[in-house]
Design a binder for this molecule. Sequence first.
Ligand code: NAD
Length: 252
Amino acid sequence: MKLDGKTAIITGGARGIGHAIAERFLREGARVVIADIDQEEGNAAERDLEKLGEARFVRADVGKRLDVHNLVASTIDAFGDIDVLVNNAGIDHQASFLDLAEDDFDRVLRVNLKGAFLAGQAVARIMADRVKAGGPAGTIINMSSINSVVAHPDQVPYAVSKGGVGQLTTVMALGLAPYGIRVNAIGPGSISTDMLARAKADPVAKARILSRTPLGRIGEPEEIASIAAFLASDDASYITGQTIFADGGRLA
Ligand code: NAD
């Protein structure tokens, strides 16, 4: 198994892509902590995931430093170490540029970009200390999006935040390379989760997505989880600072 004996934190792991990553990591032999702001969904996910292996849920808002520190401390308490962090928690807000409210801009940036910074820094400090003490390095995966490089007029803070996640990945990879800590990102296209539910339910929006996706279908969360499992494993030992796009071939 690719992740035997490794401990992983997956933020936004109660649902969607994060839940699929947790499932895949458990099947690959990892111990998993899912962190999510949604207590009810998190408890349900923990019950579900425990059937596959060692899984814990910790309630945390990734945009709050104290929550992130509690998440890191709870993971060390439960499993003793952290080998993999997946910064997956994310939210969207749709509005035209002219109508966009300042609060909504801040809210999306706080979760998608600042959340990845806070959790990334807190976990990287633990990983760097472990390397200094002669231990193995860990790895960090940030969830970006096709929207980091492709713009749509009604997704202003989302696209800006994901563009930021792309650069955050690059600067983290450079800063942490001396410790052997690898940092990469995944850039999904349209994936079948709650985040996409509104677009899927609207035939016009769905047709628009399919028309710009050469493979002609919406992706499944498991198709993102398999990339996360690869990047988290030693199979990706010489890959850092990259974003792997999984978007059915989308060009726009
Ligand atoms: P989702 O809405 O199904 O799940 C997101 C999870 O994050 C939820 O469980 C939610 O409770 C949690 N979350 C939200 N705010 C949080 C916070 N402040 N702290 C902790 N947890 C929080 O979404 P998804 O489609 O599974 O998206 C997961 C990631 O993938 C996001 O970063 C998203 O931007 C990215 N992504 C999704 C798609 C897609 O088409 N679904 C495409 C590209 C990128």
